[in-house]
Design a protein around this ligand. Structure first.
Ligand code: ADP
Ligand code: MG
Length: 208
């Protein structure tokens, strides 16, 4: 039997007269790559905000790891292993690859002093887990978009991601970079990590 990680049931949301979502149901299994496709304004980002606890649905249920959440909060979503990578990637351009990958983890541990060896060690371990190499000392602003995405993925993995949601990750990237991203997502799948890939371009969704 396939293990269901996330289940959305009959979720609706309207904003002052605009029905963004109308009884949406879907489920994502462990290790599944799930694509969510729809034209601009069709409610994709709203659904993601509901899954991450940022927006409250008007009705419906969100079930993560078998737990039903009536009022999902961002902290619940994160502790259940849901991580979102937004289109802008939310990286610190002037910091190094190692710092971008490791800082969240160190902040979470409430460290007051930064041990540079730890920063590099954490980042190196995560990159080797996904069998990819980037110069840990390089400033993120100097990386290609594909490598920036890889840094964002590593940062999500460090926070124990079980489902990585990518909201329109490919708007600014080339075919070759989509292939690279796909190879990374396929490796995550082998580790049982799910990906929700959000796009308004049907062609790339079919490729994935
Ligand atoms: P998508 O990500 O598929 O482009 P969205 O979820 O961003 O779609 O938007 C769905 C609909 O909800 C659109 O009509 C949008 O204008 C509306 N909408 C989204 N967020 C808000 C908001 N905070 N206030 C009012 N309307 C919104
Ligand atoms: Mg959107």
């Amino acid at each position: 039997m396939v293990e269901e990680f996330l289940k959305i049931q009959n979720v609706s949301k309207s904003y002052a007269g605009v029905q963004a979502l109308d009884k949406v149901s879907m489920s994502i299994s462990k290790g599944e790559i799930h694509c969510l496709v729809g034209e601009n304004g069709s409610g994709k980002s709203t659904l993601i905000k509901i899954i991450t606890g940022v927006v409250k649905p008007d009705e419906g249920e969100i079930i993560i790891n078998g737990k039903t959440f009536k009022h999902l909060r961002p902290i619940d979503s994160i502790s259940e292993g849901i991580q979102v990578i937004y289109q802008d990637l939310s990286l610190f351009p002037n910091l190094s690859v190692a710092e971008n990958i490791s800082l969240n983890q160190l902040i979470e541990e409430k460290r007051r002093l930064i041990n540079w060896k730890d920063i590099k060690y954490i980042a190196e371990k995560e990159l080797s887990n996904i069998k990819r190499e980037i110069d840990l000392d390089e400033r993120v602003e100097n990386l290609s978009i594909a490598n920036k995405q890889l840094v964002a993925i590593c940062r999500a993995l460090i926070q124990n991601a079980k489902l990585i949601i990518m909201d329109e990750p490919t708007t600014a990237i080339t075919k070759k970079e989509i292939d690279y991203l796909l190879s990374v997502i396929l490796d995550l799948k082998k580790r049982g990590i799910s990906t929700l890939f959000v796009s308004h371009k049907l062609s790339e969704v079919l490729q994935i």
